[in-house]
Design a protein around this ligand. Structure first.
Ligand code: GP9
Ligand code: MN
Length: 398
């Protein structure tokens, strides 16, 4: 195959849209990215026994830019796929994790762009630094520092499942944050809301449903705990005087409940989870909070591949060289579109999944031609991105 990088560069550059009126709104601010482990959007605004499952996030999104039609686009690389997309605006591979498979490649990354604007770039995570090959891949992506399990005090009492619980994780991160030279970026990868959603009794803050699947029931309790950890983090940031100068970007990394649990979820919702509902369950939160900026809802349909251009626009940072498959979510000119790794996609009006075209609003099957006119574009996006990764083609961009 003789596709060369200039053809791919032309393809992605054609998608570029004019900067929106939100360009530079957070210029010079410290960037706080929070990866919400396994957090699906349907949990926001959900109540159980009259209590909200995510009381803090619900309030926060009112005072934030909120994107109710934002989807995860991850595949087998899970958290690492989400990190990869956000840092590179490329799609993940259909098998395995790019973090593990291609850590030697050239990438045009978010940390690199931030570095070029004099930011120091940091990642925080309460698990071992080798997990998902982060230690190596972070170097490739240009991170200055990775605060991992060994940088925290992790005991039997303050850890569960993969590592440090979210509340002590944020608490112990504050002193490190205080010491960072400004401006900085700091990514926080939360962990407690991870399959199979284990939680000690003392950390349970909400009643849970009684479906046939314990995993589904427990998911509510760990989401509630995660929400509490974010609330406390915001309080600690304020107390440390770090809040005002920051922009907070919170995103769900991928689904928490796989297809296996659709029956139990259907039981909870009192309706069957068909293919259309399943796609809609792939929505994850995206909340961008900028202190002193008014909240706004952006209805645009988009996904994780779009986050890098969105963040760079808010910070008004221009990359020296770029090749982004995503486009900023801020512009009203943006085309509503999200493509999933398996070739499914969602537009303003359609959902294409499992070889079938659906009307998004009614959930009914619709004329296949409506979907098929997008097939070429979808194929190009995924193929070109794969070519960049497999051929390490960014080496050849001038
Ligand atoms: C582990 C964390 C969770 O370090 O990234 O991994 P996941 O299984 O969600 O990819
Ligand atoms: Mn994850």
């Amino acid at each position: 195959d003789d596709t060369d990088i200039s053809e791919i560069k032309q393809f992605v550059d054609k998608k570029e849209i004019e900067a929106s009126s939100f360009e530079g709104v957070a210029k010079g601010k410290n960037l706080i990215l929070i990866s919400l482990e396994s957090t699906q959007s349907f949990m926001l605004d959900e109540e159980i026994d009259g209590e909200q499952v995510t009381p803090f996030l619900n309030k926060l999104k009112e005072d934030s830019y909120y994107f109710p039609n934002f989807y995860h686009q991850t595949a087998q690389g899970k958290t690492s796929d989400a990190e990869f997309m956000i840092d590179t605006s490329l799609y993940p591979l259909s098998g395995g994790s790019v973090f593990v498979r291609k850590p030697e490649n050239e990438f045009f990354s978010l940390p690199e762009a931030l570095n070029s604007a004099d930011y120091s770039t940091n990642s925080f995570h309460g698990n071992d630094r080798e997990f998902w090959n982060r230690e190596n891949m972070y170097k490739t992506l240009g991170y200055d520092r990775f605060y991992s399990k060994k940088d925290f005090e992790v005991t039997d009492e303050n850890s569960i499942n993969y590592g440090l619980k979210d509340i002590p994780f944020f608490e112990q991160s504050i002193p490190y944050l205080k010491d960072l030279k400004e401006p900085y970026s700091a990514k926080f990868l939360t962990l407690t809301n991870h399959f199979p959603y284990l939680l000690e009794e003392e950390d349970r803050m909400i009643a849970i449903p009684e479906t046939q699947e314990e995993v589904v029931n427990r998911y509510f309790a760990t989401i509630r705990y995660e929400d509490e950890s974010i609330k406390r983090f915001f309080e600690e940031m304020k107390a440390a005087g770090l809040y005002e100068d920051a922009i907070f970007v919170l995103y769900g990394d991928h689904y928490g409940l796989s297809e296996t649990y659709n029956e139990a979820l259907g039981e909870y919702f009192g309706k069957q989870i068909g293919p259309v509902e399943h796609v809609q369950l792939q929505k994850v939160p995206l909340i961008i909070h900028i202190p002193n900026e008014e909240g706004k809802v952006f209805e645009t349909v988009g996904g994780q591949v779009d986050l890098k251009p969105t963040i760079l626009e808010l910070l008004r940072i221009k990359e020296k060289t770029s090749l982004n498959f995503g486009t900023s979510l801020l512009s009203s000119e943006r085309k509503d579109f999200v493509i999933f790794r398996d070739g499914s996609f969602v537009t303003e009006e359609l959902i294409y999944t499992k070889n079938t075209c659906y009307n998004k609003e009614t959930g009914a099957k619709t004329n296949r031609n409506k979907c098929s006119k997008h097939f070429g574009k979808v194929q190009n996006e995924l193929d070109y991105s794969d070519k960049v990764i497999y051929g390490d083609l960014l080496r050849f961009v001038e």
